[in-house]
Design a protein around this ligand. Structure first.
Ligand code: ADP
Ligand code: MG
Length: 696
């Protein structure tokens, strides 16, 4: 069935097919079958218009009574919709010409959106779907579920609103669903109580009940997980069979002397992580390890020690950081603490051309054995003589794709990714399923917990007084202000204003510095270095210092407008302090009146320092029920799997994939690549292509 052209569906000609391709990446009938509803409408969700209240998010169904463009200080388009109970007006400020073509009096329409009150009930730019008589009849009278499809202006203009999609998909199912081949065998389906693929496809589009829809989703989610697991375990198996590294671990003397010369002893968890890494490096196949540890747990020294093992074996290592500040910091720490024989290099976006060429040459000749950098490390021109280890710091900041590109720079390259963001187990078993995990749970000895306090702006003077007190004791202070992309200009202005205010009016007798992302790299370096050296007392900064920055004497962080930061970000920022021997403080300053949800975040911060608890709370506070359908949006690479609830399914799919992999003994089998045929045929296999592409 793969490859049946869209034009074989009645009503879809070349022009419409082209729109489906450009607007929704639907190229074939099969793609159409996999264009699953973004949500469903069942009768229980519909509200009577007379029951709608201002401020509520609702879906209503009614007949279009009037649709006209009107002028009320500007042109707008109004659509009056009535059900038996009352009337509501949909208002549009743009797209008027288009709307006047599609909103036709007498048609049935669904409106979803937020209700407001202006001379009667209204909805501004609601989502809308047209229903035909049969759908209405089904939805309203038999309680059937109506699929709603994601559309866009472009698609709607070509007739693909939800109704158009329903028609096209219905035909595709009638004519082609019968030809879907199930890639999974009957025993697998039976063991796991799964629907046959054909049935799942039918039911995901036109379920008879919510339970049917869920059954279908479960089967499609199983496919998703199964193929990822199958691919990962096959790749792992093939890798283990085909790879044999030439160098291996020769000696760990260099790393051990580095560790011995540190001003502290490694914690037991650090030492264990290091052992696990060396053990991986001794294997004939490449390491694939994630080092997890909360902010300040001391991941960097472990990474440097691992690099030294690699270097002592005659290969090169690369450490990639998400920001220039962090890359520079790592580099500077390294040149201070590493023995002379280890030549370090630094490559960031702002490395000047001449210096850049020199470093590139050293990397190519092998003269540079440890290269630090930002994502510029993955640029094409960077060629290593013999890259043995890649460390990716704060890996959540990088795309999976970047990880893959960097990896392709060495033939057998060990990979160590580091993260302070705890990964839910469901994800660590799926997209991160090919990574072994080391965890640093304990903090270095002698660390005192950071005291976190929250104050309204009306008490700012008191905050200033405490800042002065800490400075008198010899401490340094970060003063963080938000710089959120959408309002970047304004924020930058207010950061600069705050800096001037603090410098001139509040702390004229102290040294105050300013740091933000718009500074040139050499300016950033100067600022960071003078703060690091202790020459300045206060660093007014935006979130450019969010990840990784390590200045132990800076033991106080003030976060102004804390209500504008997410929990994960606040946790990362707080991680800048509590890194030395001094009692550290994190002070969250917020306007006197803030939303309840924001206060809840701030309260969470004052109550716990545990990254795992904070991550959970974060999910809880953000998970505000916007996921109503089968399809998750946003960060998830999964279309059907729900990392929050599918744990059992994940384990089952893993088990089955392992069994299938074991049975494959064909020595001719090459490393599988997405897009290439690999033994199992069926839509599910192709569907996971985009995920596999990211993982490979
Ligand atoms: P993160 O895990 O957040 O990247 P870092 O690697 O930046 O943490 O380490 C934080 C600080 O703790 C650094 O100043 C580092 O030198 C110090 N450190 C690391 N390990 C230990 C240890 N075992 N004992 C004391 N201090 C340590
Ligand atoms: Mg770090």
């Amino acid at each position: 069935m793969p490859g049946v052209p869209l034009t074989s569906i009645r009503g879809i000609g070349p022009a419409k097919a082209a729109v489906l391709e450009s607007g929704a990446a639907i190229r074939t009938v099969e793609d159409l079958l996999y264009y699953t509803p973004r949500r469903y409408l069942d009768r229980s969700e519909l509200k009577k218009i007379s029951d709608c209240m201002s401020g509520e998010e609702v879906t209503i169904s009614g007949v279009i009574k009037r649709a006209a463009s009107i002028w009320r200080s500007r042109e707008m388009f109004e659509v009056e919709v009535s059900d038996l109970s009352g009337t509501i007006t949909a208002v549009f400020f743009s797209g008027i010409r288009f709307f006047s073509k599609i909103f036709i009096p007498g048609e049935n329409v669904l409106l979803s959106g937020k209700v407001s009150f202006f001379r009667g009930l209204q909805m501004v730019h609601p989502e809308f779907d047209f229903l035909d008589e049969t759908s209405i009849d089904r939805a309203l009278n038999t309680g059937r579920i109506i699929p709603l499809y994601k559309s866009s202006m472009e698609l709607k203009k070509a007739g693909f609103d939800s109704r158009g999609f329903r028609r096209a998909v219905m035909q595709a199912i009638e004519h082609y669903a019968g030809t879907i081949r199930d890639p999974l065998s009957d025993p697998i389906l039976e063991r796991n109580r799964l629907l046959p693929l054909e049935k799942a496809i039918r039911n995901i589009h036109f379920p008879e009940s919510a339970a049917h829809a869920e059954e279908a989703r479960r089967r499609l989610a199983f496919n998703e997980i199964f193929f990822i697991q199958y691919y990962l375990s096959l790749r792992r198996m093939t890798a283990r069979k085909n790879f044999s590294r030439k160098s291996g671990v020769r000696s760990v003397a260099l790393a051990e002397s580095f560790i011995k010369n540190l001003p502290f002893a490694l914690t037991a968890d650090q030492a264990k992580a290091f052992d696990e890494i060396i053990n991986d490096m001794r294997q004939p196949f490449p390491m694939n390890r994630m080092l997890q540890g909360d902010v300040g747990s001391g991941k960097t020294v472990v990474a440097i020690a691992a690099s030294l093992v690699c270097i002592e074996s005659g290969q090169q290592a690369a450490i990639m950081a998400p920001t220039e500040i962090l890359a520079v910091q790592h580099y500077n720490t390294a040149i201070k603490t590493l023995p002379q024989q280890v030549t370090c290099g630094l490559l960031t976006g702002s490395t000047k051309q001449s210096g850049r060429n020199e470093i590139l040459n050293q990397v190519k000749s092998g003269a540079c054995s440890l290269l630090f950098g930002t994502h510029s490390l993955i640029q094409e021109q960077v060629n290593f003589k013999d890259l043995g280890l890649i460390v990716i710091d704060e890996q959540h900041r990088f795309g999976v794709q970047q990880r893959a590109t960097l990896r392709s720079k060495g033939s057998i390259t060990d990979l160590l990714v580091m993260t302070a963001t705890p990964i839910p187990r469901s994800l660590s078993l799926t997209i991160y399923g090919d990574l072994d995990i080391s965890s640093i749970k304990e903090k270095p000895a002698g660390r005192q917990p950071v005291k976190t306090l929250a104050f309204p702006e009306s008490r700012l003077q008191g905050v200033y007084n405490s800042i002065r007190r800490y400075i008198d004791q010899g401490r340094q202070v970060y003063y963080v202000l938000p710089l959120i992309e959408e309002s970047e200009k304004l924020d930058l202005k207010s950061a600069i204003e705050t800096y001037n205010h603090l410098k001139k009016n509040v702390f004229p007798d102290r040294t105050v510095l300013l740091m933000h992302g718009r500074l040139k790299q050499n300016e950033k370096d100067t600022v960071m270095e003078s703060f690091r050296s202790g020459a300045a007392d206060i660093l007014v900064t935006t979130t450019v210092i969010e990840v990784g920055v390590d200045i132990p004497n800076a033991s106080v962080i003030i976060i102004h407008h804390a209500e504008r930061f997410g929990l994960a970000q606040l946790h990362q920022l707080r991680g800048r302090v509590g890194r030395g021997e001094h009692q550290s403080f994190c002070v969250l300053v917020h306007p006197d009146n803030i939303a309840e949800n924001s206060m809840e975040r701030i309260k969470t911060m004052t109550e716990t320092e545990d990254g795992f608890i904070i991550a959970e709370k974060d999910l809880q506070l953000r998970g505000d029920g916007q996921i109503t359908g089968t399809r998750q949006h946003g960060h998830s690479v999964f279309e059907f799997m729900d990392p929050g609830t599918d744990m059992e399914l994940i384990l089952a799919a893993r088990r089955e994939a392992a069994l299938v992999t074991e049975r494959i003994t064909d020595p001719e089998l090459e490393i599988l690549e997405p897009g290439r045929s690999w033994g199992l045929h069926g839509p599910g296999e192709l569907r996971t292509g985009h995920i596999l592409a990211m993982l490979s």
